[in-house]
Design a protein around this ligand. Structure first.
Ligand SMILES: C[S@@+](CC[C@H](N)C(=O)[O-])C[C@H]1O[C@@H](n2cnc3c(N)ncnc32)[C@H](O)[C@@H]1O
Length: 196
């Protein structure tokens, strides 16, 4: 999977990494920043998405589509598609450009809208990557967990970088008898839950 990433995808990943780096340092407002995961977390979620059981593959929080590209790599080998939700017009437009440029539009469905209103239609989830505003994590968690298939995976970003604000949701997940959960200390910290 990582040994034969198409050049079109590598080029777009590199462009987005540069944009992300630039806008973290130049005073770009929070809403406009890409706020992407680092590449090592991209590899981590790609491996998990590839190993996830059959079911829908979804992402909450697309931004410009960087993390989606890593999940799309997994979809290429599993024969699945990924549905990714983005609420902001500007980000959805950037993401659309990403998927075209990287040549993954056939495995990515971009839904432009509020994931919280749209998640109700997502039954039978095999893999979910959650990376939206931290105030939404609780509600997203409660919406996704009942819809995971047995063995289905929910991975949530920022479990160590935003530990204080996410504490109630993280504690809930670690105690939740519907899942087995752990916080993996890579990148900004990944909460990983597997449905029992
Ligand atoms: C941290 S960024 C996502 C970064 C992306 N996962 C990556 O690593 O490339 C969070 C994104 O979630 C989007 N977002 C926030 N609330 C949302 C909602 N209710 N529904 C869909 N997207 C939302 C934001 O607009 C923002 O683009």
């Amino acid at each position: 999977m990582f040994h034969d990433i198409p050049q079109t995808m590598l080029t777009r990943m590199h462009e987005l990494e540069q944009m992300d780096l630039r806008d973290r340092g130049d005073g770009t407002s929070r809403l406009k920043r890409l706020r992407q995961i680092p590449a090592e977390v991209g590899k981590f979620i790609a491996l998990l998405a590839a190993a996830a059981p059959d079911g829908r593959c979804i992402e909450i929080g697309t931004s410009a589509g960087y993390s989606t590209l890593w999940i799309a790599l997994a979809c290429r080998i599993t024969g699945r598609t990924v549905t990714t939700f983005e609420i902001l017009d500007e980000k959805a437009e950037l993401a659309r450009a990403t998927f075209e440029a990287a040549g993954v539009a056939d495995v990515v469905e971009l839904i432009h809208g509020d994931a919280l209103n749209l998640l109700a239609d997502c039954k039978g989830i095999g893999f979910c990557f959650l990376d939206a505003e931290k105030e939404l994590y609780d509600r997203c968690y409660e919406a996704v967990v009942p819809c995971l298939v047995k063995g289905g995976l929910l991975v949530a970003d920022n479990a160590t970088s935003h530990q204080a604000s996410l504490r109630p949701m993280l504690e809930r997940a670690l105690r939740d008898e519907r899942v087995d959960a752990i916080i993996v200390p890579i990148g900004h910290g990944e909460l990983m839950c597997r449905k029992r």
